[in-house]
Design a protein around this ligand. Structure first.
Ligand code: TPP
Ligand code: SF4
Length: 319
């Protein structure tokens, strides 16, 4: 009991700033995005400038009916040019002699698909801002369409189950976090809402590291409405995503990867999928494909995270 209390205090210790959001905002019950949005300024401070695109975050961040739900600075932009606009903002502030932190905050539809080109460009130029992708694995605001990060087998409105032998998404997800880390940017990391201490440390590290260049955080943020997940299972879904290696936690400085949490005995992916309806139709064979994808991605990650020391050894052998 005492131990648990200590753990909780550790995570909450990072939330040192006031919550700039109104108590009731326009998100569905249990929305992972809402919790994440409330945490970011509480950790980073209220002087951040957020920029983002049309999405589930926009009704709250941009406001509705000329009213605002928060006291932060927000710059609304287009899905096609989110990172290019953030680049412009940063350059304007630098020219004006204003020191602040620009946070480009977008869903996976923007980050992985529609705005990926200029995200990659900003990363390659190592622009000094933080890009956060909250990954709810689809275009949720426009009716739950599949995106590049939607996993194999998941039902979305564009990858249905039932009609003409369709069984959800029939191709595997892209690994956005790894792709960004391989741009060898100043800082890249994955995080989720079940591991708040890890999430808060990575937010702080991104704020520190952005003086050296581009920082990218890939954050799993469950969408109860789109996933068929009970609103009170949001955190449990994140916890199981980590425990099954569906969403491993790591960070990378200049492309050098380090696991921030190693799960000693990963649970089978069904432990995670059974929580939500979007996977309810999957056969054992389908689950096998999903499991294989998770195992493969984890092997790649493991390989990359040890590669550096192994390469150094090999090089010193040659010496
Ligand atoms: C270029 C472009 N295509 C399509 C749209 C329509 N649109 C508005 S919000 C949205 C969904 C955005 O998805 P994502 O970025 O993943 O955020 P989420 O809705 O999941 O929060 C889309 C497709 C748009 N605004 N701009
Ligand atoms: S649709 Fe999903 S991401 Fe959008 S507000 Fe609702 S729960 Fe959140």
């Amino acid at each position: 009991m005492t131990k648990k209390k200590g753990k909780l205090t550790k995570a909450l210790d990072h939330l040192i700033h006031d919550d700039p959001f109104s108590k009731g905002v326009a998100f569905c019950p249990g929305c992972g995005l809402e919790l994440l949005l409330r945490i970011i300024p509480r950790v980073l401070g209220n002087d951040i400038v957020i920029t983002g695109t049309p999405s589930c975050s926009a009704p709250v961040l941009l406001g509705q009916n000329n009213r605002s739900w928060h006291t932060l600075s927000y710059f609304g932009t287009l899905m096609t040019g989110a990172a290019a606009n953030a680049t412009g903002l940063v350059r304007y502030y630098r020219k004006a002699g204003i020191e602040n932190t620009v946070v480009c905050f977008n869903g996976d539809g923007t980050a992985a698909d529609i705005g990926f080109g200029n995200l990659s460009g900003a990363a390659e130029r190592n622009e000094p801002f933080i890009y956060i992708c909250y990954d709810n694995e689809g275009y949720m605001n426009t009716g739950i369409q599949k995106s590049g990060t939607t996993p194999f087998g998941a039902v979305t409105s564009t990858t249905p189950h039932g009609a003409r032998a369709l069984r959800g998404k029939n191709v595997r997800r892209m690994n956005l976090g790894l792709q960004m880390a391989m741009h060898k940017i100043s800082y890249a990391a994955t995080a989720t809402l079940s591991d708040l201490d890890d999430l808060a440390k990575k937010l702080k590290k991104a704020k520190e590291m952005k003086t050296q260049g581009f920082c990218f955080l890939h954050i799993l943020a469950p969408c109860p409405t789109g996933w068929g997940l009970a609103p009170d299972h949001t955190i449990e879904a994140c916890r199981r995503a980590v425990k099954t290696n569906y969403f491993p936690l790591w960070e990378a400085i200049n492309g050098r990867i380090r696991m921030t949490r190693i799960v000693k005995k990963p649970k089978p992916v069904e432990t995670y999928t059974r929580l939500m309806k979007k996977f309810a139709h999957l056969s054992q064979a389908d689950l096998g494909i999903l499991q294989d994808d998770i195992d493969y991605e984890y092997c790649v990650l493991g390989g990359l995270s040890v590669l550096e020391s192994e390469c150094r050894l090999a090089l010193s052998d040659e010496d």
